[in-house]
Design a protein. Structure first.
Length: 255
């Protein structure tokens, strides 16, 4: 995944650009991500570890590409008030830059804290049948911008959506960031038939994945509350399922 693949001699080389939106705080074999491929693109939106309000960062070792991106962020203007190509209005305001720089000072601390929080979650939740986790290979570190798990309905006793409903009743908010998968979005609906059979794993994961609450300054006591709620929901899964089915039936009847 991390290699720059070349085809046979005489063939066209491919440029490799990494979508590293969540990447700040992540490590690959002990090294911060950002130096792989031709470029890596990071997000600085409010949900990331490194926050600047909005905007992003492009990391590259290619000087020509870096110059092209710098010009492109201001309509393709190279400084002489022309436009060398069709660019964007992607200039970062001073306030956002200051926020990003201050956030950068806390990046390593926040990344370590999020990994500690995830370890606390795992110690409790890995005891529950039907809950599985992302595997992080030795030498790597996830930024854990999100903490997502897979819910196996047969083993857990509830579907992913039913668990989300039960947690919401406990005032615990969750997200289904990866559902629906991109190939089913309206924009790409015309390609769905082409990809549907080739993306069976994507569809399987999308229907089972749920992101639990996590943030850099989350207290251990909040982790305990969430884990206790999930343990209780799992222990009474049959009763919870019946209650949710009845609630759904009553809601439809009253329409």
């Amino acid at each position: 995944m991390w290699r720059y693949w070349r085809r046979s001699p005489g063939a066209i080389d491919l440029s490799l650009v990494f979508d590293a939106a969540h990447g700040f705080g992540a490590l690959y074999q002990g090294q911060p991500v950002g130096r792989f491929g031709n470029a890596e693109v990071f997000s600085l939106s409010p949900t990331k570890l490194l926050v600047a309000g909005e905007g992003g960062v492009v990391a590259t070792n290619d000087d020509a590409l870096a110059d092209h991106i710098r010009i492109g962020r201001e309509y393709g203007n190279d400084g002489f008030y022309g436009s060398n190509f069709s660019g964007l209005n992607a200039r970062m305001q001073e306030l956002n830059a200051i926020l990003g720089l201050k956030s950068l000072e806390m990046l390593e601390e926040n990344a370590r804290r999020r990994n500690k929080i995830v370890n606390l979650f795992r110690e409790r939740l890995e005891q529950i049948h039907g809950v599985t986790f992302q595997t992080i290979r030795p030498g790597n570190r996830c930024s854990y911008k999100d903490f997502s798990v897979l819910i196996d309905e047969e083993k857990f006793g509830l579907t992913r959506d039913q668990l989300a409903q039960a947690l919401q009743a406990e005032n615990i908010d969750t997200r289904k960031y990866h559902d629906p998968p991109v190939h089913t979005h309206q924009t790409y609906r015309h390609l769905q038939n082409h990809y549907e059979d080739n993306l069976s794993i994507t569809n399987w994961v999308a229907s089972r994945i749920i992101s639990l609450p996590i943030y850099s300054h989350m207290e251990d006591s909040n982790v305990d509350l969430i884990c206790t709620a999930i343990e209780r929901i799992h222990a009474y899964a049959a009763e919870v399922r019946d209650l949710l089915i009845k609630k759904s039936y009553d809601s439809r009847r009253l329409r």
